[in-house]
Design a protein around this ligand. Structure first.
Ligand code: NAI
Ligand code: OAA
Length: 324
């Protein structure tokens, strides 16, 4: 039996977490042989609701679940955490862009970055889900000076998964036939889902779909999918977000040959200078991610990649005072 790992989850009484914690406890994230301890963080008004989630977790009698810590103190929730999923933040409603949440949510991530810095395992791997995810991840990493900025990531996997499904449906294939999907940039309406390197069933995607569909249907549909869910459901995506968070953490921890999209510190690759959390194509091995280098970038792609970078730099400028 492996030693248990500690997984901190914030916003643990919220709607995403209600899909997330049960799947993590059942082994979907780290494998059916990896015992887990869940360390759940909420704000004081949500502690009753969190207690209900804890009761339900206990009622599942999950074989892998070794212990549950429920707290409204970030120092307790992040203590010795090996993984941290920062979900707790306000969601947007109809008519809002995700960056409209910056003011409401940014302060959460400076406090939690410090608490992670002071309490978590030195090898902690952090995924920020709360919106605007990339800039919140930047805030958290800047407030954790004793950790490597690369230990902080932002969730782009939902966009990546959405893009794969849109293309699979258009071409009459299955998502598992789609390879080398890339979503560049920000988890926002400027994100750039890029088909230039993508293959379906071994064939270049551009041989299978029309340019007009790509530019005027595929790209906007993926960019606007979050808003479409809010319109349809009256609440923002939850189960699909939880599923993407599990995919992101599983691949980071256990590895993947597949190219996946992750929001990570820009390092100059593809001309994106440091200072923002930018989504790149990566592969994961031995618990680490690595940017896929050497892909050709044509003029259309360059313009889209620049636009989403510009937006991330604007978001950064708006929270400069929180960057420590
Ligand atoms: N990156 C992505 O792809 C996606 C991100 N999101 C974002 O995830 C966030 C959470 O969404 P939902 O679960 O639907 O929201 P929700 O409102 O149902 O749950 C959020 C929970 O966070 C808690 N919370 C607030 N401040 C906190 C703090 N300082 N510490 C700990 N917990 C705190 C709240 O009490 C609430 O229970 C939102 O910002 C949403 O926009 C949602 C979908 C996809
Ligand atoms: O759109 C939203 O506000 C929630 C979210 O991030 C998504 O579904 O991609």
């Amino acid at each position: 039996m492996k030693d248990p790992v500690r997984i901190a989850i914030t916003g643990a009484a919220g709607q995403i977490s209600y899909s997330l914690v049960f799947r993590i406890a059942s082994g979907d994230m780290l494998g059916k042989d990896q015992p887990v301890i869940l360390q759940l963080l909420e704000i004081p008004p949500a502690m009753d609701a969190l207690n209900g989630v804890v009761m339900e977790l206990n009622d599942c009698a999950f074989p892998l679940l070794q212990d549950i810590v429920a707290s409204d103190d970030a120092n307790v929730a992040f203590k010795d955490a090996d993984f941290a999923l920062l979900v707790g933040a306000r969601p947007r409603g109809p008519g809002m862009e995700r960056k409209d949440l910056l003011e409401a949510n940014a302060a959460i991530f400076s406090v939690q970055g410090k608490a992670i810095n002071d309490n978590a395992s030195r090898d902690v791997r952090v995924l920020v889900v709360g919106n605007p995810a990339n800039t919140n991840a930047l805030i958290a990493s800047c407030n954790a000076p004793d950790l490597d900025a690369g230990q902080f990531t932002a969730m782009m996997r939902l966009d990546h998964n959405r893009a794969k499904t849109q293309l699979a449906q258009k071409t009459g294939k299955h998502v598992t036939d789609v390879e080398q999907m890339i979503v560049w940039g920000n988890h926002s309406a400027t994100q750039y889902p890029d088909l230039a390197h993508c293959k379906v069933d071994g064939k270049p995607a551009f041989d299978l779909v029309e340019r007009d569909w790509y530019e005027n249907d595929f790209i906007p549909t993926v960019q606007q999918r979050g808003a479409a869910i809010i319109k349809a459901r009256g609440a923002s995506s939850a189960a699909s977000a939880a599923s993407a968070a599990i995919d992101h953490m599983r691949d980071w921890a256990l590895g993947t040959d597949e190219v996946v999209s992750m929001g990570i510190p820009a390092d100059g690759s593809y001309g994106v200078e440091p200072g923002i959390m930018y989504s790149y194509p990566v592969v994961c091995q031995n618990g680490k991610y690595e940017i896929v280098q050497g892909l050709d970038v044509n003029e259309f792609s360059r313009g889209r990649m620049q636009a989403t970078e510009d937006e991330l730099r604007e978001e950064r400028a708006a929270v400069e005072h929180l960057l420590g």
